[in-house]
Design a protein around this ligand. Structure first.
Ligand code: SLL
Length: 251
């Protein structure tokens, strides 16, 4: 049962926690993704929709359960996932033939005293992107990811929940480090807003990505400044030209 709402909010404080959500779809093929027996003949893809921590970090201390609302053509379209271990993934696996909008409802731990929040995500089955190169890459990989990085912001959380959010993970609740392939260390279960330093396959949300984006943004900003200067020069030139014509008319 939720605790009585007689608590105070921690004024002037915001706590954010990163997480990722989205879908990964794979076309069926006999070699790498064969159709499971019993799959309807018109189904062309297998897909997964998920909500999880960045780099497998734990989110279960603030996110208690997740409801995925699928397309009505899918049997039993409301799926509640409410029992995952710390550091686990809230996910649903399905097969189908069409793309649609998935409604993802996050339910917070009772101590938060927060109402559930809804996200919308478009299930992608077919390679997409702004360039042919991006689409080609997905074809080669044999899977179509549509994954979003998000930050859950708790504005002035209740005191009790603030403690939960900021306390170190309790021992035995997944609050230890895990060594990943390639020797990288992931702090599974650690209650932190930190994102990993570097990328690894399947987890591209990191400081490395952030820094690359910053470099791109700075380059674009410099280019925009250059274009503004060029336009200003053109305006000065045109105004001078206009003045000459006006002078010619008057004489
Ligand atoms: C479309 N508006 O026309 C969408 C509808 C529906 C997807 C997509 C069925 C799965 C099943 C399925 O893939 N539905 O029969 O279990 O593209």
């Amino acid at each position: 049962m939720a605790p009585p709402n007689n608590q105070k909010r921690v004024k002037g404080t915001q706590v954010y926690r990163p997480f990722v959500y989205g879908t990964i779809a794979k076309p069926f093929n006999d070699d790498t993704n064969p159709k499971p027996p019993g799959t309807p003949a018109d189904h062309t893809h297998s897909w997964t929709v998920f909500v999880k921590g960045v780099d497998d970090g734990d989110i279960t201390y603030w996110c208690k359960k997740v409801q995925f609302k699928l397309h009505e053509s899918i049997p039993n379209p409301l799926r509640m996932i409410d029992d995952i271990p710390p550091g686990g993934t809230f996910e649903v696996h399905e097969t189908g033939w069409g793309e649609f909008e998935i409604t993802i409802k996050l339910y917070y731990v009772p101590e938060s005293l927060e109402k559930p929040q809804t996200l919308y995500h478009h299930l992608r089955l077919h390679p997409y992107g702004e360039t042919e190169e991006e689409k080609e890459k997905m074809k080669q990989r044999g899977e179509v990811p549509a994954v979003v990085y998000e930050e859950q912001l708790f504005n002035e959380p209740y005191e009790n929940f603030y403690e939960i959010l900021t306390n170190p993970a309790p021992a035995g609740k997944g609050g230890k480090t895990k060594v990943l392939k390639g020797g990288m260390v992931s702090s599974v279960g650690e209650r932190t807003a930190l994102i990993p330093l570097t990328n690894r396959p399947g987890s591209e949300f990191s400081l490395e990505t952030e820094n690359l984006l910053l470099v791109d943004i700075k380059r674009a900003a410099t280019e925009v400044m250059r274009m503004i200067e060029e336009t200003k020069r053109e305006i000065v030139e045109k105004e001078a030209e206009l003045a000459t014509y006006k002078g010619a008319i008057q004489t």
